[in-house]
Structure formats: C-alpha cells, structure tokens
Design a protein around this ligand. Sequence first.
Ligand SMILES: Nc1ncnc2c1ncn2[C@@H]1O[C@H](COP(=O)(O)OP(=O)(O)O)[C@@H](O)[C@H]1O
Ligand SMILES: [Mg+2]
Length: 341
Amino acid sequence: MKAHLENAKKWEEISKGVKIVPRKMMVERNNKSDQESTEDDLSGFGESLIEKSTVTWKDIGGLDEVKDLIQETIVIAILNKPESVKPDKGILLFGPPGTGKTLLAAAAAGSLKVTFFNVKISNILSKYFGESSKLITALYESARAHAPSIVFIDEFDSITLSRDGDQGEASRKVLSTLLAELDGFQDKKSDRLVLTLAATNTPKDLDQAVLSRFPKRIYTPLPDKKSCQEIIKIQLRGLDSASIEFEKIGEMCVTNRYSGRDIQNICKDAIHSMLHRSNPDIFTDIDKIAELPFDELKKRTLKVSTLTMDDFTGAIARVKTPVSAAKLAEYDDWNKKYGAG
Ligand SMILES: Nc1ncnc2c1ncn2[C@@H]1O[C@H](COP(=O)(O)OP(=O)(O)O)[C@@H](O)[C@H]1O
Ligand SMILES: [Mg+2]
C-alpha cells in the first residue's frame, strides 16, 4: 500500500511537469528485463491524472456548435443502439489558446458526473524514453477501471511522427497504442464508456497520419460578440452589473480579439477596481492591514458595489491582444481545409 502511495505521489509530481527521475536512472530502467519492469511501476499513474470537475455546460459562454457536437457524440456513445451505429472514437478540439478547450472537456465530465482524466501528452512523451506508450496503456486501464470516464489529452500536436530519433519513435508508439485504446472504446462487449477529447492550439503542427485518424476535428474559435457577453455574465455572477453596457463591452472584446481567458482576466481586473473603490479603508492602508493576524482578518468583510463601465474600459486598456489577425486567419484557413464536424 505504501509503495502504491509513493508511486502515486511520484506520478503526480511528474504529471505536473516536475522531472524527478534522473536520465541515468531512466536508462537503467529501460535496460531492465520485461519482468523487472512490472506493471506495478505504472500503477498510480492513471489515478494521479484524475481531476474533480465541477464545471457544467452552463459555465460555458458561446461555443454553441461545439457544445452541440460534443453533446451529440456523448449521447450517441452512451445510449443503447444497434451494432451498426458506431460512435466516434475521439474528438479533436483546435483553436487559439484560452478559447475553452479544457473547459469543454471539464464541462462534459462535470455534467455527466463521470471521471475526468486530464493529461498533457507532451509530458508523457518528453519524460519517459521507451515507456511513453506504457503510460498510455496505464492511463486507459485506469479510465476503464473508473468508467464512465472522459480522457482529455492536451497539447496533442506534440505527437510528431515525422521527427527522427527517440522522439519520433516514442510518438509512433504512443499514437498506435492510443488508437488501439480508442478502438477499444467501441468494443461492443464493453459497456464501460471511455471518451477521449484531444486538444491543440497549433493544429498546423499536426501530422497527416494523426489527422487521418481523428476525423472529428472541431474548431473552438474566439468568442463572437454574443459569446463575449455570455462569458462576461458568467464571470460576474453574483455581482451587481446593472450599469454595464454588455453590448458595448462585447464589441470591444471582439475588436481586441480577446479569448475567453482574456475576458476572464478583464473581469477579474474590473472586479479588482470595484473592490478598491468600495474599500478605501482597506486598500489605502494595505501594509497595515496585512500585518494583522489571520484570525483578525477573517473577521472583516470586503464591501462590494456596482461595477461601472470605467472598471471595464480601464481593464480592457490593460489587457493586450495576444492573437494577431494573421494568426487568426491561419486558424480559419486550417478549419476550412481540415475542420470537420
Ligand atoms: N467559452 C468560454 N466560456 C466561459 N469561460 C471561458 C470560455 N473560454 C475560456 N474561458 C475561461 O478561460 C479559462 C481558460 O480556458 P481554457 O479552457 O483553459 O482554454 P484552452 O484550453 O482552449 O486554452 C477557462 O477556465 C474559463 O475561465
Ligand atoms: Mg487548455
């Protein structure tokens, strides 16, 4: 039991991107006979990737078409059906950073109340020479054991088959293992649902071979005006936003090519301004207040007041536009060429 816990802890650290196994040990490990390199080594890896998702579809602004497609895929996969109705193996989400790809996967898991596995494929590929594909197997074993499950695989572009050497070799093995696991999902004998959602911010880096195996490729675009307004309303839940001209801010967000994440940052910034305005006693003397012990601070409450348009225009002036128009055109082009619902 102790060994299991230690393993789980180790994988947890590695899955966060902390490299704790020195290269020398890796080589030694790879030289071990198959028998020595037991499956126990990998137990705990899948579990360490489980995240609790409390997100639901209601927490997503816009992305109606994407939501519908994912929901359809899930429903078809779950409902009883004749043999010849084959659900999709997996869905590939692509689009600029911060447009809600992770959020969509979390919402699918949170709404269905199923187990949510969240993994960056780049971590698996870069950390384990020779063991990457075993980690995929371990991941899917856990996903089946904890089924129904949703497996979210981020940074999917890291699977680069065209690369020579260790990286290309690891990618090929990982992809073939992954595809075999995805096929397993269609296994009629198994009613243990495991749905895979993959995501990339750089679809143009995807290999043709990877693409051809993921026919369902869905674009998560930057939010349009209506979606921006929805995202702002989600972020301001519970606060007084009666004086906010949502139309106007929505338009500014579109002009600035803001992603959902940028909008979230703007809302945070605007709320921060409102808090400053509403609590001068605290913020003009923050040094002194911060010297108070925890228990003293816990007795106090922040005042809130109406958010103003100035809070938002100030925030918008501070948040830069991260996606260039040229970059955005590239996403649109790629969508026209390869995107498919
Ligand atoms: N469509 C959206 N609706 C609501 N919030 C969003 C939306 N898109 C992005 N966000 C906010 O931005 C954050 C980052 O989004 P994320 O899903 O991680 O983007 P991606 O995975 O595409 O890079 C989310 O946690 C959420 O708070
Ligand atoms: Mg993400």
